[in-house]
Design a protein around this ligand. Structure first.
Ligand code: FAD
Ligand code: UDP
Length: 387
C-alpha cells in the first residue's frame, strides 16, 4: 500500500488538524508529507458527502463553522468559498419549540405576558442586556442573591430551576450520562442563557459553511505535489513500513502509548439517518429534545447547506458509552479523573522525543471546535516548524 518514498513527515489523521499541518509544511517549507487516515475518507469528524438520495449530509453530526479568529477565517478562505449560514436551534419544551440558547423570546413564548415581562425585566436589571449567563452560574446566583427583594429572588430561583430542568438536565444526562454539576461548568457553559432577543446559536463574527462542504475543503488543503494521502491506512501499518523523519499524531493519545496508564474516557454517538420524500421535515437545522425520546437532537442538513432538492435527509443522534473498537471516540469527558489521566500521557509526550508532535481533538484530549483545531494546527506550525 505504501510507496518506498522517503518522507519528511508522517501525519496520522486526515482531519482538519492533520490537513492544515500537511498543507503548511508542504506549501510553506517544501516538506514531503505522507498523511494517512484509518477511515476510508478524509476530513475526520467534519466529513460530509452526498447520500444515496443526493442530499449533502454530515456523516458525524451537524458541523457549523463559526469563529472570531480573523486569522483562521483568512487562512481557510484561501481554500474554500463560503455559504453564509447562521445556526439557529430549537428545543422542544413542554411540547413547544423555543430557541436555544434560552433567551428573552423564550420567556414570551412559554409564560403568560405579565410573568414574562417581569422575568425579562429582572434578567436585564440583574445581568444587563446582551449578556450571557451560564446555567450553573444562574442557579448559584439565584440561590445567593441576598441583594434582591424576596419576590425577585423567588422569581430568579424559579426561572433558573425551570431552565435547568427543561433545557439542561435531561439533555445533558442523555448526552453524557452525567449531570451538569458532575461535568462542571465548561460543558453547559457552551450554551449560556442569553439576555437578548438574538436567537442565533453563535454570536461569532464569522459564520458559514464551506460552499462545497468540509470534505472538499480538506481535499483542497491536501492538493499539493508534496503531499501523498492514504486512506484506510492505520498508524501501526505505516509505522513499520514508511520511512519518515518526524511524526505528527492527531489520533487518541492513550492509543499511541498503548493505554499504558489506562483508557481515556470518551462519549460516543450513534447517528440514524432517514430520508424523507418531502422538501422539508422540521423548521430548523437542529431541533433538540431535552426531555423526550432517547435521542438528543434531530438535524436536517438542507437548512444549513442551502441545497435545493425534492427530498430531505435527517439524522437522529443517540448518545452512547464509548467502547474501544466498537464505536468512535467523539467527545473527551472533562472530569478531573480524565484530566489527571491525560496529564500522565502528556508527561510521556515529553519523553517521546523531539521527532513526535501531538495535536488535535483526540491527541490533546480537548473539546475543540473546528476553528480551534485549525488555530491549534496553525500555532503548532508557527512555533514548532516555521520558527
Ligand atoms: P478528527 O476530526 O477526529 O480527525 C482525526 C482523524 O485521525 C480521524 O479521521 C481518525 O480516523 C484518524 N486517526 C485516529 N487515529 C488513527 C490511527 N491510529 N491511524 C490512522 N488514522 C487515525 N466543531 C465545530 O466547530 N462546529 C460544530 O458544529 C461541530 N459539531 C460537532 C458535532 C459532533 C457530533 C462532533 C463529534 C464534533 C463536532 N465538532 C464541531 C468538532 C469537530 O469535529 C472537531 O473540532 C474537528 O473535527 C477536530 O479535527 P481533528 O483533526 O483534530 O480530529
Ligand atoms: N445542552 C443542553 N441542552 C441543549 C443544548 C445543549 O443541555 O438544548 C448542553 C449539553 O450538555 C451539551 C452541551 O450543552 O452537551 C454543549 O452543547 P453543544 O451544542 O455545544 O454540543 P455539541 O454540538 O458540541 O454536541
Amino acid at each position: 500500500m505504501f510507496t518506498s518514498k522517503r518522507y519528511d513527515f508522517l501525519i496520522v489523521g486526515a482531519g482538519l488538524t492533520g490537513a492544515v499541518l500537511a498543507e503548511r509544511l508542504a506549501s510553506q517549507l517544501g516538506r514531503r508529507v505522507l498523511i494517512i487516515d484509518r477511515r476510508a475518507h478524509i476530513a475526520g469528524n467534519a466529513h460530509d458527502r452526498l447520500d444515496d438520495f443526493g442530499v449533502m449530509i454530515h456523516q458525524y453530526g451537524p458541523h457549523l463553522f463559526h469563529t472570531n479568529s480573523s486569522d483562521v477565517w483568512a487562512y481557510l478562505s484561501a481554500f474554500t468559498a463560503w455559504h453564509p449560514y447562521e445556526h439557529r436551534v430549537l428545543a422542544e419544551i413542554d411540547g413547544q419549540c423555543v430557541p436555544v440558547p434560552f433567551n428573552i423570546s423564550c420567556l414570551h413564548s412559554l409564560f403568560p405576558k405579565a410573568q414574562a415581562t417581569r422575568l425579562e425585566s429582572l434578567l436585564v436589571r440583574r445581568y444587563g442586556m446582551e449578556r450571557k449567563v451560564p446555567i450553573l452560574k444562574l442557579r448559584d446566583d439565584a440561590r445567593e442573591a441576598q441583594d434582591l427583594s424576596k419576590e425577585d429572588r423567588e422569581d430568579l430561583r424559579w426561572l433558573a430551576d425551570f431552565i435547568y430542568d427543561k433545557v439542561f438536565h435531561g439533555y445533558t444526562t442523555k448526552q453524557w450520562g452525567l449531570t451538569p454539576e458532575e461535568l462542571g461548568p465548561s460543558i453547559t457553559g457552551r450554551v449560556p442563557i442569553h439576555v437578548s432577543q438574538d436567537d442565533r446559536y453563535f454570536q461569532d463574527t464569522y459564520q458559514a459553511l464551506p460552499q462545497n462542504g468540509y470534505t472538499a475543503l480538506v481535499r483542497s488543503l491536501l492538493q499539493h505535489e508534496n503531499i501523498d494521502l492514504e486512506t484506510s491506512a492505520s498508524f501501526v501499518d505505516a509505522e513499520s513500513t514508511v520511512s519518515f523523519d518526524h511524526l505528527i499524531y492527531t489520533g487518541p493519545i492513550d492509543e499511541y502509548f498503548d493505554y499504558s496508564h489506562g483508557e481515556l474516557p470518551y462519549r460516543s454517538l450513534r447517528f440514524d439517518f432517514e430520508h424523507i420524500t418531502e422538501p422539508f421535515y422540521q423548521q430548523a437545522t437542529q431541533v433538540n429534545f431535552p426531555n423526550t425520546h432517547d435521542y438528543t437532537r434531530i438535524t436536517e442538513f438542507k437548512h444549513a447547506t442551502g441545497q435545493q432538492s425534492d427530498g430531505t435527509t435527517i439524522a437522529r443522534e443517540y448518545p452512547q458509552a464509548h467502547v474501544r473498537g466498537e464505536n468512535e471516540p467523539y467527545y473527551p469527558i472533562p472530569l478531573d479523573t480524565s484530566r489527571r489521566l491525560y496529564d500522565k500521557y502528556a508527561q510521556e509526550v515529553g519523553k517521546a522525543g523531539r521527532h513526535v508532535t501531538f495535536a488535535g481533538r483526540l491527541a490533546d484530549y480537548k473539546y475543540y471546535n473546528m476553528d480551534q483545531a485549525v488555530g491549534r494546527a496553525l500555532a503548532v506550525f508557527r512555533k514548532q516548524f516555521a520558527a
